[in-house]
Design a protein around this ligand. Sequence first.
Ligand code: NAD
Ligand code: UDP
Length: 318
Amino acid sequence: MRILITGAAGFLGSNLCDRLISEGHDVVGMDNFVTGSEDNISHLFGNEQFTFYKHDVSNYIYVPGKLDAVMHFASPASPNPASPFAYFNLPIQTMKAGALGTHNTLGVAKHHNARFLLASTSEIYGDPYEHPQKETYAGNVDITGPRAVYDEAKRFAEALTLAYHRQHNVDTRIVRIFNTYGPRMDLEDGRALPNLLKQALLGEQLTVYGDGGQTRSFCYVDDLVDGIVKLLYSDEHMPVNIGNPVEMTILEFAEQINKVTANKGGIKYVDARSSRDPQRRQPDITRAREILKWEPMVYLEEGVNKTIPYFKKKLGLA
Ligand code: NAD
Ligand code: UDP
């Protein structure tokens, strides 16, 4: 296939480019570098299976040549208000990437008669009342809250994707991605793993927000990419959760990171997030197991160990 990947210079997009190229596909990457980095794809420049366009997906998209698939991953994605790259601090760009970007990429898929895959998010469930979250749960999103620019754009993007499927017969797929970590994460984007692993490798105290009792479920990037590729190859049109169902508190997560890195810095509790921080999050992956025959294989300790060399290199420690 010849596949357009938007957000190709980001954490997930660049890992996806590598995987699809290794499977023999041609990839057309697109990114405007608002939160991503050329470093993530520079190894692909010169590869005849890879073409790149620097372009903002909120504007009309033209890609010459045929396309068999379009994967829309472009969006700011960090929820940390302290980061300049967070969607809180790029509110209009975030809404445009989710709304106009999805409209434009669906238009590209329709024009090329290509299949389409939308990168949605567990954030569409908001601060959930149902636990774990099944795809049938409609969510608890605060429309005017600080996360709304991201959550509502993704909810709109899902609805528009299904509208194109139902009205124009576009061959669409929707993946709801839960917290993912691994090499090529931006060390400065303020998400939990980059913050805590960076602190641990520098021998510092780990910043746990609030009392650390809020939970998340962390998926290693190779597992996630595997699930996404299986979804791309499938015929499933309704949303599918992809994530690791092993739920833990953020305090337990921080303690694990200290253990894996043998960090003696300990933990410091800080009041860095509003009360809108979702309190529990865990994917129900029954649909992925049944439809895609997929489930994650990498344990947290193994995944953190696989991520450490990248972080050490970026920190100048290796
Ligand atoms: P990222 O910030 O590393 O990558 C996003 C990429 O999109 C960046 O390279 C950025 O420059 C690009 N981009 C943003 N707006 C753009 C625009 N208007 N035009 C062109 N390019 C643009 O983030 P990520 O973690 O790789 O996330 C990728 C996708 O996966 C996002 O859509 C995000 O919502 C979704 N997602 C990620 C996670 C996760 O845990 N990483 C969880 C849920 C959903
Ligand atoms: N978190 C933390 N310390 C940090 C960064 C994040 O305790 O230095 C917490 C954050 O409050 C949240 C969880 O870790 O409860 C996951 O945060 P992340 O930003 O990775 O993603 P989210 O799941 O909130 O979208």
